[in-house]
Design a protein. Structure first.
Length: 134
């Protein structure tokens, strides 16, 4: 069994047992051996989410989005974009990535024009001001 396979097996076991910290260590080892695997970054993000570390989770999801897109797996990237937007609606870069992906897929109606982009950014600023954010 290869080193990568051993870490994958161990990570699966730890995830099933709900051992988030130990699973995270195994997943990080896998990412070190296979840094361009979007599924690994997605899994790392999921574990951080279970640990209520949304910011770090979103960072890993964003890495996975880029990797999925570079592999031509646009539907996977789109699904993760939507997940990140649900977790952090203020993440404008992810909204832009989603729009670009949808337009690349020929779904122009789901893409954005500069006009809608400006309206979306303004709406986020207003929501932040209402809750006392920066």
């Amino acid at each position: 069994m290869s080193k990568l396979s051993a870490h994958q097996r161990k990570a699966r076991e730890l995830l099933q047992q709900g051992e988030w910290n130990a699973a995270l260590l195994e997943l990080q080892r896998i990412a070190a051996l296979d840094p361009n695997n979007p599924a690994v970054h997605n899994s790392i993000g999921d574990v951080h989410l279970r640990k209520d570390d949304v910011a770090t989770a979103c960072e890993h999801f964003e890495t996975a989005i880029s990797l999925y897109a570079s592999l031509g797996l646009h539907n996977n990237a789109v699904a993760l974009c939507r997940k990140v937007i649900r977790l952090g609606p203020e993440r404008l870069e992810v909204r832009f990535q989603l729009a670009r992906l949808r337009m690349e897929q020929g779904l122009r109606a789901e893409g954005v024009t500069p006009d809608t982009w400006d309206r979306e950014a303004a709406g986020i600023r207003v929501r932040r001001e209402r809750v006392g954010g920066a």
